[in-house]
Write a protein that binds this ligand. Structure first.
Ligand SMILES: Cc1ncc(C[n+]2csc(CCOP(=O)(O)OP(=O)(O)O)c2C)c(N)n1
Ligand SMILES: [Mg+2]
Length: 1115
């Protein structure tokens, strides 16, 4: 490359001098104008320049330098690979030939290598005969001109969009750049007026000629302008596929390709009339209501209809759409054909006939099945309900689309497709757009191409594009996935229809994303009651003087004699009377029905079901054994499948567990999935690294150690007629992927759809999906979802960011009333679940995990499940369950009561500790170590929300003499405490108090170091002992049996000395446990910290020699 540059640099002074007097101007335009006498002077000047010595090699200008570079590289590899004239040139140039001397014309009788055409032969003579050998000068110009024609064509294909007339207002630059790209300027090339009528052979990279192979330069430029610089600006030359580039070039360049029949034009007019009439009608009837109207982009409606018509014609049967506020009602009315009555009742402030809190009208979804009149085919149209949060619906739409494709067996996306609409500011501003694009080509997430339509009104609320994005176009984000982008002027309806047609065909052909950027304007303020002149005065002065597109287009068609003025009026009047009739009907309505706005109806799912009956979740032992064995085995009949040694051990220990009728966490999960698959339920598990499991515990995909990409998924091979199992590692996105899985879960209730966070902490980057969709979706949109969020949670000294799934946030968003104890009955649990917005749980046993997963499907309705899942418990020897806890007649335990020694003699129990999740194992260990099993009862609240009031009350009642505690490992302002505290009071009718045991409040979820983590945990555990069970120092022995008092005597002077600095800092107490922990800590301290090293030396000298304290706990 260095060499290439050197050669090129040598040659740069040789580039032709430019007649600057003409000023920057489009090349084509200039050439066309250059016939005038004024331009002749300049042409003359150029001609003179050609004869000067410095321009002896004029083909070496900036535009062709890349071409030259490629040729040079190619020549370096093989001198015969380039034309002999180039070979001579490079040879001479490399040998140091002075400027102007490097090029020598080849002998005319030269036999050319295969596939190589003489440049001279490309240029037909003016008389139409092929050109004979030209003289040396002519040859030079020939090459130059040939390169120039190629370069011009390519420049228009690449950069023509920059000067296309895209803005209907004609005031701003859609790509934020006023400049004309130099390669589209006349002075970039070496032609003059005399060349304009010369004919050139067209290269294979263009279709502008149609059937013609040669064309005059004038016509070439004209056709390029028509294809690339009128009202469509196409960006596609970055796509890494010649086939795809050619496909687009063909669709844009072929002469006459944009022509439309009169019928097609009339259809556009009719659709525009409806789009315009709808907004006008709403504006008249409800002038002060916000509706985020489409005025200024009414063409969106015919555009969407065109996409749908074409796609239906190409085989699509179902379209899932997502869109923001702008024009939403119009889309529902005129694209989906939602009954106008239902839309109009939304303006009437009526009471709702069904449950839920509802949403503003421009957020609601819909689902319609209807006949497409153009294609005469049935089509389903769904618009997914969405919150205010712009673009958040994008991944949800994709997940829903993917699921529909899955259930229809539409593996290539031929029958189901998605269309997503965007605003210009949101499209470039919101990161989830990027996250969604990155799902577009992943095997388990692709929807096989989405059509994105941007309503680019060149403003976002009050902010100009120049202040809202750094990229030239608002659509640049789509370039990352090689999606072609078509910018189009909204006031040119036929151009818009043309790109819509191309987009639909592109998707059907390549099954990849495509973007239509409708460059339009916003006739009103951000909404109808907003004043735009405050902030965009010039733009809005222009808008005031801009005719609506309907008027412009109608005038055009009248002029073309396609329609008469009377017909235009007639169509308008007709639509007006349709609206009026629906308005009158709507006025008779007394209620609105949220169900009318459901985007994903589950027909047949609820019918005939007892809403208070849960199917059993226990299974027969044979099922457990069968699944367990399959899950523990390499592929059957595949002896050659080489498994990693470590995995062999894991499989072996799994099998041993099955044989001993026990399960650990991973096995329980596999059994839950497997048993649902057996019942024909589809199971999908998605998230970062879920196939193996972040903690290397799951291993749902076994990898052949010798054959690349050869894998085996045991859970896909359990039963011949089982439900499909999908486990898929996702892109590194939470917002996008969680949204996707939510959408997936909405499509069919007979699927267990699980998303697993890498660590629970990371769910916060998906907070929008959690807040706007998962916790509130049913209330706002009567839409249910049984999505499971698996979230590794627990403070294990791994630092602040791998510790807490922020249980407290989920609990705070739970909608159960802390002051209401529902009536106790057989149906207590199911009624609670029925009424809650989601379930929040933190299971402590594999069996309970098994049951709660299965219960998701056993419920007669669907609720999201937010599950804190363990990390250390995945391998904890005590975190095991027996098959007995999973068999028929067993079920999910909302609360696991104390069932050890303490439960046998409840009256003598002094303390009852309630807890949830992993801390249970720390508590029982401390209780065991303190030999307190007979005096402390420990109960586990497994389902935290909805709160098991009945079971908590029962457990407390059982221990009338005990003090009640809530123990948690999370800090006091985190975890469950603030949620459970008032609910305990309600459960106990405020007759008994519940005290808190745990860490103090903190800003960060967990400490950054193990050194601080362990003592803090110790504090939690110590609280069990205090106050009644504090050991006397004199009685205490450490693990090695050393007398603690003696130890204290050794250590005390130092302890006193360092107490302020360290002990207090790390929260040690002087109890036995505290001393032991302190000693352990000292042993594990980093010695390279000066303060610690000093401390270490002192303590070691006085304290450690006589005692041997187990460090087991500190590991
Ligand atoms: C995530 C998010 N941030 C901010 C807003 C507030 N907001 C509503 S509309 C809007 C402007 C959107 O501009 P654009 O995407 O160009 O759409 P337009 O309204 O112009 O159609 C803003 C900032 C929002 N709804 N969502
Ligand atoms: Mg906008």
């Amino acid at each position: 490359m260095h060499c290439t540059r050197t050669v090129l640099n040598n040659l740069l002074p040789l580039a032709p001098l430019i007649p600057h007097a003409i000023g920057p101007e489009k090349f084509a335009t200039w050439l066309l104008r250059s016939r005038s006498p004024v331009c002749c002077t300049n042409v003359f000047a150029r001609t003179q320049l050609y004869s000067s010595s410095v321009s002896a090699e004029p083909f070496l200008n900036g535009t062709s330098s890349r071409y030259v570079e490629e040729m040079y590289n190619s020549w370096l590899k093989d001198p015969n690979s380039v034309h002999v004239s180039w070979a001579t040139f490079f040879r001479n140039s490399s040998a140091g030939a002075p400027p102007g001397r490097a090029y020598q014309s080849p002998p005319s009788h030269l036999i050319l290598p295969r596939n190589q055409t003489s440049a001279a032969s490309l240029v037909p003579r003016k008389d139409g005969l092929s050109s004979p050998s030209l003289g040396e000068q002519n040859n030079e110009k020939l090459i130059d001109d040939h390169l120039s024609v190629q370069a011009i064509i390519r420049s228009y294909q690449i950069r023509g969009h920059h000067i296309a007339k895209l803005d209907p207002l004609g005031i701003s630059s859609v790509d934020l750049d006023e400049k004309h790209p130099p390669e589209l300027l006349y002075n970039h090339y070496s032609f003059d007026e005399a060349d304009m009528d010369r004919k050139f052979k067209l290269p294979s990279t263009t279709f502008i000629g149609g059937k013609e192979k040669t064309m005059t330069l004038r016509e070439i430029l004209h056709r390029l302008e028509t294809a690339y610089c009128r009202h469509i600006g196409a960006e596609f030359m970055f796509i890494n596929s010649l086939e795809q580039c050619d496909w687009i070039r063909y669709k844009l360049e072929t002469p006459g390709i944009m022509e439309m029949t009169n019928d097609e034009k009339r259809l556009i007019l009719a659709r525009l009339t409806r789009a315009t009439g709808f907004e006008a009608f709403l504006a008249r009837k409800w002038s002060s209501e916000k509706r985020f109207g489409l005025e200024g982009c009414e063409i969106l409606i015919p555009a969407m209809k065109q996409v749908i018509d074409k796609s239906t014609e190409l085989g699509v049967e179902s379209v899932v759409m997502g869109m923001p506020h702008r024009g939403r009602l119009n889309v529902l009315a005129n694209v989906c054909r939602k009954p106008l009555e239902q839309i109009f009742t939304q303006f009437a402030a009526l009471e709702a006939a069904d449950d839920g809190s509802g949403d503003v009208k421009y957020h609601l979804g819909t689902y319609i099945e209807r006949l497409n009149r153009v294609t005469n085919k049935n089509i389903r149209l769904a618009v997914v309900a969405n919150p205010s949060h712009l673009e958040a619906v994008d991944p949800v739409v994709q997940g829903k689309t993917r699921a529909e494709q899955f259930y229809r067996g539409d593996g290539e996306g031929k029958k189901v497709m998605s269309i997503i609409l965007h605003g210009d500011a949101a499209f470039s501003g919101q990161g989830v757009v990027y996250e969604t694009f990155h799902l577009s080509d992943l095997p388990d997430y692709t929807t096989h191409g989405t059509i994105h339509i941007v309503v680019n009104n060149q403003v976002g609320f009050t902010t100009d594009p120049r202040h809202s994005r750094s990229s030239p176009y608002c659509t640049d984000v789509a370039r990352v996935v090689n999606a072609p982008i078509f910018h189009v002027n909204s006031d040119e309806p036929e151009a818009v229809m043309h790109v819509c047609k191309i987009a639909a065909e592109w998707r059907a052909t390549f099954h990849k994303d495509v973007v239509i950027d409708i460059v339009c304007y916003r006739r009103n303020g951000h909404n109808e009651i907003d004043e735009p002149m405050f902030t965009q005065p010039l733009m809005y002065s222009k808008i005031r003087n801009t005719k609506p597109v309907l008027d412009k287009y109608a005038e055009k068609l009248v002029e073309e004699f396609v329609v008469s003025a009377e017909e235009v009026k007639d169509v308008r009047d007709k639509y007006e009377s349709i609206c009026e009739q629906s308005y009158q009907n709507a006025r008779k309505e007394t209620h609105i029905k949220y169900k009318d706005w459901l985007d994903s109806p589950w027909s047949g799912f609820f019918e005939g079901k007892d809403p208070l009956k849960v199917s059993p979740t226990g299974v027969i032992e044979d099922t457990l054994v069968h699944i367990g064995k399959r899950f523990s085995s390499p592929p059957p009949n595949a002896a050659g499948f080489v498994i990693h040694k470590g995995l062999e051990r894991i499989l072996k220990s799994r099998l041993e567990m099955v044989e001993s009728r026990t399960v650990d966490w991973a096995l329980a999960e596999a059994m839950a999935f497997g048993s649902l698959l057996k019942e024909g339920v589809h199971v999908r598990l998605s998230g970062q690294d879920v196939e193996r499991g972040t903690f290397s515990h799951r291993h749902h995909v076994l990898h052949h150690q010798k054959v690349d990409k050869a894998t085996y998924r045991p859970l896909c091979h359990l039963y011949p007629d089982q439900g499909p199992y999908i486990v898929c590692n996702s892109s590194l996105s939470e917002f996008g992927v969680l949204g996707f899985e939510l959408g997936y879960s909405m499509t069919n209730p007979n699927a267990l759809v699980c998303w697993e966070a890498q660590f629970g902490d990371f769910n916060n980057t998906a907070q929008c999906i959690i807040d706007q969709f998962i916790s509130s979706g049913q209330a706002k949109w009567v839409r249910q979802s049984g999505l499971v969020m698996l979230q590794p949670h627990g403070l294990e000294g791994m630092g602040p960011e791998h510790s807490s799934a922020r249980l407290e946030r989920f609990l705070q968003m739970s909608a159960d009333d802390p002051d209401y104890f529902p009536p106790e009955s057989e149906e207590f649990a199911i009624r609670q679940l029925h009424d809650i917005n989601w379930i929040v749980a933190n299971c402590s046993t594999p069996a309970n995990y098994f049951h709660i997963l299965r219960r998701q499907i056993a419920l007669p309705f669907r609720k999201p499940l937010i599950l804190m899942t363990p990390k250390s418990l995945l391998r904890h020897p005590e975190a095991r369950s027996s098959f007995d806890e999973m068999l028929e007649k067993t079920e999910f335990q909302r609360l696991i009561p104390e069932n050890g020694i303490a439960s046998k003699n409840p009256d003598s129990i002094k303390k009852v500790l309630f807890c949830s999740g992993k801390v249970y194992y720390d508590l029982i260990k401390a209780r065991r170590e303190g030999q307190l099993e007979g005096s402390i009862a420990i109960a586990r609240v497994e389902q935290i929300s909805p709160f098991p009031y009945d079971l908590v009350k029962r457990e407390c009642t059982k221990y009338p003499n005990a003090t009640l505690y809530w123990a948690q490992e999370e800090h006091k302002n985190q975890g469950s405490w603030t949620y459970v505290n008032p609910r305990f009071n309600t459960a106990l009718n405020s007759t008994r108090d519940v005290s808190y045991i745990g860490r103090p409040t903190a800003a960060s979820p967990a400490t950054g170091s193990k050194m601080q983590h362990l003592p803090a945990l110790t504090n939690v555990l110590e609280a069990i002992n205090l106050p009644e069970n504090t050991m006397k120092l004199g009685e205490a022995k450490d693990n090695a049996g050393n007398d603690m008092l003696k130890m204290m005597q050794y250590v005390f002077p130092i302890v006193t000395q360092i107490q302020m600095e360290v002990i207090k800092k790390y929260g040690f107490s002087e109890g036995r446990e505290g001393i032991v922990r302190f000693a352990q800590l000292i042993r594990t301290m980093e010695k390279d910290d000066a303060e610690v090293a000093h401390l270490h030396a002192q303590v070691r000298a006085h304290f450690l020699p006589p005692v041997a304290i187990s460090t087991e706990d500190a590991s």
